[in-house]
Design a binder for this molecule. Structure first.
Ligand code: GLC
Length: 710
């Protein structure tokens, strides 16, 4: 990562006695004396927001890229109704940037409940209120918004890097329940010629929903299945849930009890809640020994050939506790055979409908943070983070030289070093496609680069057009996973009438992988962002409000269609750009478009993207799986003004040790006397041997084709 003189850029203020969260990796930060920018009034930090100044950040949260006009709460929540009036989703990402002329960032390292009132109570006021004043507050300065993000990444550490195969298309459902069903999905893809790199195993692969077990009745030949699919370029990705089933003779349960690895209640007994398997205990992920113990159990599946996992229900989700259930049942018993009044009726109803994830459960739970007893409620946002850290730390030992795919539902800043996230149980709603688009840059700001939403939508039945549009956007998301709930219609691309159309967009994803992977790696290694709002690179009266167009990496701007029954959309270009309209992954037209407002046609048979001036898009050939991608030969579509420059990163997609040095090929195209001069500095380990350049001349609007052998 590039070094920035940090002393001038980060100021730390400590209040009370903060709990160590391990969100920050940078030591020796200048401790501030007088609080700058903010005013501390009572228990709140306040800041006057100037008119029209955007506030960016908060990672996984509802609403827009500009977070002004709502109140957000950092409290990881298992809530599947992501409507705009919600205050929390599954994550707690306490980093914002106030985009004034001299922008500054705020990171509040506080693991409990924290609110960001960003112009909700008063339009022009930012009020940040923790429940207790035990926190570290960091103020970050920088010349640009991106500088501040990069400084933040130095503070909180570099982003997780998945294996390259995790950029392939991934298919999931709750659940593909048997080995036959899994084989049928693989066959569905291969028979239709649709690329695929992973199939997900949801909870039903386990024996009675127990972590680190396999139901041998449904998967008698699990090991062979894993090997056979891997041979075909498809990996199986099992889910791991936070709760451990209470069942005698179940090794994880027995070890957890014997080793004192489970969360306890206020009386000192092991805390019991209920999730999918019924009664469970929760591993104390905030305890380093428990983390180590749980982490090593991933080996059970890795030894069977598994290379990736998704960690779920780790807010943690608690459906009920035996105590709450007994109280609810008691209410029913009491009223049995009585003519109950309205109040009693609603009391009974609420005791069941509101039994999930009650605050009181989190207050009952207690952690042993390496010798210190801490109430779960006060460190709630660290739980999912530390489950993923348990896995990530174990993988460093179990696979010291290779990357493992890992992502989580709940998260806190710091977890981005160990894994990615998916954004939980969204719905098959057009508004959730738009929410997905808007959320990606905010997640990137907070370090979560390998992330994505359930493509097609999780709950509710999707429609073919929604899935098509979602895939058209999703092909730019690092984590491209189609996942859906148990009660919905089939959502695999071959389950719809126009399979060929869905297929061609998935193929385009594969053709784009060399480019997108390279952009991802550059963002990860430079502490930058893969998805950026336009306002992070451009400044004019319009870009500030553009929330449905995004910059992807250094070369591209995308303008996804996210509404039903549309055959195009309005696009704003902050400068001249080259429109690439794809008909399929091999066929495209190039059109120069002038800075300004346009209506651009884009029905479902077409896909549009824009190349920025002086930049290049690399395209490869599609393949059935990432393992078959030909990385030796690429096409470069360059939008040439006087100079065009592109940095292409490559590696073997697998090594844990990654750095830019020695892995980048620099291409420079200069137009001199109506002639293109090409300079190429090849990376020593490059497998790229042939570059077919398609040079679009801005002035003449003509195309020159040049074959470049490396
Ligand atoms: C949770 C997850 C979802 C999964 C389901 C069953 O709702 O968010 O992705 O399919 O649990 O495991």
């Amino acid at each position: 990562m590039k070094h920035v003189e940090l002393d001038q850029k980060i100021m730390k203020y400590t209040y009370g006695q903060p709990i160590e969260t391990d969100a920050v990796v940078l030591g020796n930060i200048k401790v501030g004396e007088n609080l700058s920018y903010l005013a501390l009034e009572g228990k709140s930090f306040k800041y006057k927001l100037k008119k029209d100044i955007p506030v960016y950040g908060l990672g996984e949260s509802v609403r827009g890229i500009n977070k002004r006009g709502w109140i957000y709460e950092s409290f990881c929540s298992d809530d599947d109704m992501h409507t705009e009036t919600k205050r929390s989703l599954y994550a707690a990402h306490n980093f914002i940037i106030i985009a004034e002329e001299k922008p500054f960032g705020l990171f509040i390292d506080y693991p409990g409940r924290l609110t960001f009132d960003i112009g909700y109570s008063q339009l022009d006021e930012l009020v940040i209120t923790p429940e207790n004043m035990d926190l570290d507050l960091y103020i970050l300065e920088g010349d640009t918004l991106l500088d501040i993000v990069k400084t933040f990444r130095q503070l909180a550490g570099a982003s997780y890097i998945p294996p390259r195969w995790a950029f392939g298309y991934q298919q999931s459902r709750w659940s593909y329940k048997t080995n036959e069903e899994v084989r049928a999905v693989a066959k569905g893809f291969r028979d239709n010629g649709i690329p695929l790199d992973s199939i997900y195993l949801d909870i039903d692969y386990m024996e009675r929903l127990k972590d680190f077990t396999i139901d041998r009745e449904k998967f008698p030949d699990f090991e062979e299945l894993v090997a056979e699919l891997k041979e075909d370029g498809i990996r199986l990705i099992p889910i791991i849930d936070a709760g451990v089933k209470v069942e005698e003779d179940y090794n994880i349960y027995e070890e957890g009890v014997a080793g004192d690895f489970f969360v306890r209640d206020e009386k000192g007994d092991i805390f019991e809640g209920a999730v999918w398997p019924g009664k469970v205990h929760f591993p104390d992920f905030l305890n380093s020994k428990a983390r180590e113990w749980f982490g090593q159990h991933y080996a059970y599946l890795m030894d069977k050939g598994i290379d990736g996992f998704w960690n779920d229900m780790n807010e943690p989700a608690i459906f009920y506790t035996p105590r709450a259930m007994a109280q609810a049942m008691h209410k029913v018993e009491e009223s049995k055979d009585k003519n109950i009044d309205l109040g009693t009726f609603f009391g009974i109803k609420d005791s069941f409908s509101q039994i999930m994830n009650k605050e009181e459960y989190f207050k009952e739970m207690h952690h042993n943070m390496d010798g210190k007893c801490v109430r779960h409620y006060d460190v709630h946002n660290l739980y999912g983070y530390n489950m993923t850290r348990a896995a990530g730390e174990a993988f460093e030992k179990l696979r010291p030289s290779e990357r493992v795919l890992l992502f989580s539902r709940a998260s806190y800043v710091g977890m981005h070093r160990y894994g990615g996230i998916w954004t939980g149980d969204n719905r098959s709603w057009w508004s959730h496609l738009l929410l997905n688009i808007k959320m990606m840059p905010s997640l990137n700001m907070c370090g979560f680069l390998y992330s994505g939403a359930d493509v097609g939508g999780f709950s509710d039945n999707t429609t073919e057009d929604l899935l098509t549009r979602w895939i058209q956007f999703g092909i730019f998301m690092p984590l491209l996973r189609n996942h859906t709930a148990a009660w919905t219609r089939q959502q695999e691309p071959y389950a719809f009438e126009h399979t060929e159309r869905l297929k061609k967009w998935i193929k385009l994803r594969y053709a784009l992988i060399p480019h997108l992977y390279s952009e991802y790696m550059k963002a990860a290694l430079e502490g930058g962002m893969y998805f950026k709002p336009l306002a992070f690179e451009y400044e004019d009266e319009y870009v500030r409000e553009m929330e449905d167009q995004l910059l992807v990496g250094e070369s591209l701007m995308i303008a996804p269609v996210y509404e039903q029954n549309k055959t195009g959309r309005y696009v704003y270009l902050p400068e001249d750009m080259l429109l690439v309209t794809f008909e399929d992954e091999k066929t495209y037209t190039l059109t120069k478009m002038a800075k300004g407002h346009h209506y651009v046609a884009c029905d479902m048979d077409h896909l549009i993207l824009f190349v920025r001036p002086g930049r290049m898009l690399l395209l490869g050939a599609a393949a059935d799986s990432t393992k078959d991608l030909d990385m030796t030969s690429l096409t470069g579509i360059a939008y040439c003004k006087e100079v065009c420059h592109h940095t292409y990163y490559e590696d073997n997609g697998m090594d844990r040790q990654v750095h830019l040095e020695g892995h980048v090929t620099e291409v420079e195209i200069k137009k001199e006397n109506n002639h293109f001069n090409i300079k190429l500095k090849n990376a020593p380990c490059s497998v790229l041997k042939k570059l077919a350049l398609t040079l679009f001349d801005n002035e003449t609007e003509t195309i020159t084709g040049i074959q470049y052998d490396i």
